[in-house]
Design a protein around this ligand. Structure first.
Ligand SMILES: [Ca+2]
Ligand SMILES: [Ca+2]
Ligand SMILES: [Ca+2]
Ligand SMILES: [Ca+2]
Length: 306
């Protein structure tokens, strides 16, 4: 009669498998096979067990040695396991280990952080100037991210690089478009996500004044007191705030008789007028860009006394 004098053994001290993190629950993943040299069936009725089942993630069928999965894997949480599998014939014990590597599946949606951002850029920025980098969080392994501007820029003033840098793609002009509301779309080839990017175009002084009228003609009574408002020279500068500031100046001989407010263009008498002495005055008012005096326009002013 056979005695139970042999210790069961696995054919290897350790095993290695890899599993996708989306492996189905309940599926069998590996079969352990132990041998026992005792001939008698009773003596080699082997029982398999796990030393550590990782909180019930794995289980083993004690008779067949099949290991199965009983909880979801997540590579982003645990990348590998090392199971110790025990075998016993009721008297003798042995063990082996199973190393399980969990490989990545694209199971996380990319997230743009923050979901809404605001940036500003001067209208004279060079093409290629980077405004900001879109930051994406996708915990999967080496996610294949693709970036797009999906809305808000049909003229393609901006573009986005393969690394998420939003940059100037065409010359900007604050006087045409002063704010863009872009939608940024990021895909990982399976999921996509969107965010909003507000870009304010900041002004630079790149417009000179344009005179509203080339000529003003005004009838004035010779008896008006000094300081009487006659007319206002008007000009338009398309820039913003300080960059739109104007500077008015009378050009020519009649500064003694008339004065223009240097900032408002209001033209007033500066002396007593006398029609018998001089019946008409003709002079220019030059309107300058306050910051860049090379830019200017001229209005002709004719004042007739009555
Ligand atoms: Ca992903
Ligand atoms: Ca993953
Ligand atoms: Ca200007
Ligand atoms: Ca401007």
């Amino acid at each position: 009669m056979d005695e139970n004098d042999c210790t069961p053994y696995f054919d290897s001290a350790s095993y290695y498998i890899s599993l996708a993190e989306n492996q189905e629950i309940g599926s069998t993943i590996f079969k352990m096979t132990a041998l026992d040299d005792d001939i008698d069936l009773l003596n080699n009725a082997l029982k398999y067990s796990l030393s550590n089942d990782y909180d019930g993630t794995f289980r083993i069928d004690e008779n067949s040695g099949w290991i199965s999965l009983s909880k979801h894997l997540d590579r982003e949480t645990v990348e590998h396991y090392n199971l110790q599998i025990n075998i016993t014939d009721g008297l003798h014990q042995n063990s082996s280990s199973l190393y399980i590597a969990v490989y990545d599946v694209n199971d996380n949606k990319p997230v743009i952080e923050p979901a809404r951002s605001i940036a500003a850029i001067y209208e004279n920025s060079f093409l290629g100037t980077v405004i900001l980098r879109i930051k994406v969080n996708d915990p999967d392994l080496n996610p294949e991210l693709h970036y797009y501007i999906s809305q808000g820029d049909h003229l393609h003033h901006f573009a986005i690089s393969s690394s998420g840098d939003v940059y100037v793609n065409k010359t900007l002009d604050r006087e045409t478009i002063e704010q863009y509301s872009l939608k940024i779309l990021v895909t990982d080839e399976k999921y996509y996500t969107e965010s909003e990017l507000l870009i304010d175009v900041l002004d630079v002084n790149d417009n000179g004044p344009i005179c509203v009228k080339s000529k003003y003609v005004e009838m004035v009574s010779e008896s008006v007191p000094i300081g009487t408002h006659i007319l206002t020279v008007e000009a338009i500068d398309q820039d913003d705030a300080e960059n739109a500031k104007l500077y008015f100046q009378i050009d020519g001989d009649h500064k003694n008789h008339f004065v223009v407010d240097q900032f408002t263009g209001r033209l007033k008498t500066n002396a007593k007028l006398d029609r018998e002495h001089q019946a008409a005055y003709l002079f220019n008012v030059i309107v300058y860009d306050y910051q860049n005096r090379e830019w200017h326009c001229t209005s002709n002013v004719e004042i007739l006394l009555r």
